[in-house]
Design a protein around this ligand. Sequence first.
Ligand SMILES: CC(C)(COP(=O)(O)OP(=O)(O)OC[C@H]1O[C@@H](n2cnc3c(N)ncnc32)[C@H](O)[C@@H]1OP(=O)(O)O)[C@@H](O)C(=O)NCCC(=O)NCCS
Length: 288
Amino acid sequence: MKIRSAKKSDKEEILSFCSNTFEWGDYIDQVWDIWQSDRTGRLLVAESDGSKIAMSHVAVCPDSKSAWLEGVRVHPSYRRSQVASKLIEKMAQYGRKKGGRQASAIVAADNVASQRMMEKNGFEVVSRWAYYSTTATRARRQKSSARLAANSEYRSIWQYLQESKIYSLSAKRYVKSWHWYTLDKKALLDFIKKRRVIVTGRPIEGVAIINRHGYWNKKNILQIIYLDSASARSLRHLISFVANIYLDGKFDRLQVVCHESKSMTFFVEKFMIKEQEQFLLYNKVFTP
Ligand SMILES: CC(C)(COP(=O)(O)OP(=O)(O)OC[C@H]1O[C@@H](n2cnc3c(N)ncnc32)[C@H](O)[C@@H]1OP(=O)(O)O)[C@@H](O)C(=O)NCCC(=O)NCCS
């Protein structure tokens, strides 16, 4: 078996076994072209006797210290032959070569095969996340005392996060296009400047970070990509504030991705369910 960079001509054969991977289908057809032209990563294909039998994608995270592993797909006839494990090894090698110190990946909570595969390859669960999606067409505007964070609030928001249990349970990550990246000082400052951080309270009692531009070719989606609150009241105000942006902005869909703690999900579930799923965030620190 040979693992190499993907070519344009691989697409059709690879997609032939990557369309009904899960109950709901698969997303590889939506990302193949994006991944292939991605200069910060590498799209891999595994070939055996002239047949394309597997694929995966690795990307360098914005902090330059981590690699993101995704899209591992092995043709059903070639499973349990260590093909995925070899792809993981190749992706980790790429991450290291680019200066990465660790690698991360996300796995659906019901995907036991993938979880065992990650664990066998030395990854461990560092966080559990919940995803909710709604079209909420009948939602009404809500009163909210939350506000867009001002640049001057940067220090107090950072301080809040340092003391927040949710921040630590979230493995200090936010989500971008289904990649879980480190929410460090630089990322936070950038989000505040771009008017993407919503806060409650003085001193700060809750923080939500939003994305108004969707992901991949799904541009009209409003997302909460990080959610953190010290109380149910503050959470209600954060969600209401975002729901109002959703209603004013004529978005097609509202999605929330947040740490799977009862205190977060209880309220979100009351508000918005059309689809929901749980995910495990895996991480492996490279040995020097
Ligand atoms: C998950 C998947 C990528 C694993 O690919 P694979 O090439 O069969 O995995 P490997 O052969 O490298 O497996 C390594 C280890 O993982 C574990 N494992 C793999 N598949 C497993 C399964 N179905 N059940 C339980 N453990 C499994 C085993 O411990 C295995 O080692 P072993 O065979 O020596 O016992 C493959 O089943 C697949 O393509 N599934 C559909 C797509 C998918 O779920 N991708 C991951 C999305 S996050």
